[in-house]
Design a protein around this ligand. Sequence first.
Ligand code: NAI
Length: 465
Amino acid sequence: MSYDLVIIGSGPGGYSAAVRAGQYGLKTAIVEKDPKLGGTCLHVGCIPTKALLHSADVWDYFVHGEDEGVECQNPKLNYPKVVARKGSIVSKHAKGIEFLMKKNKVEVIAGYGKLAGPGKVEVTAADGGKKVLETKKIVIATGSEARMIPGLNADPEFILTNIEILNLQSVPKSLGIIGAGAVGCEFASIFRRFGSEVTILEMLPRLVAVEDEDVSKELERNFKKIGIRVECGAKAENIERTGTGVKLQATLSSGKVETLQFDKLLIAVGRKPNTEKIGAEGTRIELDRGFIKVNQNQETAEPGVYAIGDVVAGTPQLAHVATAEGMVAIAHIAGKPVSPIKRNRIPGATYTAPGIGSVGLTEAQAKAQGFAVKVGKFPFSANSKASIVGHHEGFVKIVSDQKFGEILGVHIIGHHAYELIAEAVAAMEAEATVETMMNTIHAHPTQYEALGEAFNAVHGLAINA
Ligand code: NAI
């Protein structure tokens, strides 16, 4: 069988690329090793975690509803049902992807795909049977997997990654988390609100270190307020299973060494690209610590082979980046105009409590790049809709260049911040200036009014603060 295009991996990068290829009339096959289409994002990442977070939000409302005048006697958490609901959302969307493949005439081929010489992809089925697909172009979209601390292995009961933790059938009494990136902080937000005693051990001096420093500080303040123990600048060693849980030694930033015990321990120290067994050896593909180097068309150094998503060097490991890179690759393959990924226009959306939405440069990055930085900040405590929904925490922070009023970055922490960031991304994409956004009318009462206020605050002209 020969194709115009074979895509290896059906995560948000691979399946979206397959749909676009189908729309452009390319004869396309997608190879997937797992039983269902959708990859990490759908099965063990974005979708199930956000389903759990939603349930945690609902539970939070029940437990703290008296502040809103809604009293609920003895609310009961049926955690297995929470997990089942998450599962049904995942299944629904996996079926949706199957439908999309049919609709766009993409052939789904089950098995493990790897490069097998120019224009060839070898697929090994679950029963060991092999076949070789002939194709004009190949897109590698094989994603990533959780990195482990050397010497440790995950198990379903005690030492967990993002995968095992999703299948717990009860809320752990205590949960230790190593690593305070998006994974660690999102699970801390979920399980603390479901009632676990949560301790985060992070080796860097702050939570969510990719975000603006003010955002990290605000998250830490809020985490501590809801009873999460936050230990930044900490080192975890001698991690061992005790039979009923996990024990470790933590060297805290003060230098004090503490022995800590948890029912469960989540390891959330980053993800490594799935490039070890894709047949890259013997090709011209260049790797950088396992990540594939690509040009602005997502082409690798091997002719006809493209890479998108978590395997790519130099772009953040985010589902929407994978999708966007897929669009670039397919446009190039189909001979359509290509709009390469703009690094400074990639939104971040972290589903913590409070949430985080960000785009562009942090204040520190903008200063380091030599911009004459002017910051505007507006707190949600002065936003009427935030009061109405009972979430005063957080702020909007604009990082701009004094010279031309260019918007360099926008950082939001607060209720549903990951939705609010949309305005900032669109503004930056349209090259709007701070002045344009000051003159943009924001509906009242809304949380996104805080963006309008923050743009005005760049010039000291916010009305409500
Ligand atoms: P990460 O790389 O974002 O964060 C890992 C954290 O672990 C870092 O702060 C690092 O300093 C810390 N760390 C590493 N080794 C450690 C050790 N031995 N002891 C203590 N701390 C240690 O990785 P994470 O959170 O696992 O996420 C993986 C990828 O998935 C990231 O690119 C992330 O952005 C993405 N992701 C995005 C989400 C979102 O956008 N909402 C949700 C979940 C993941």
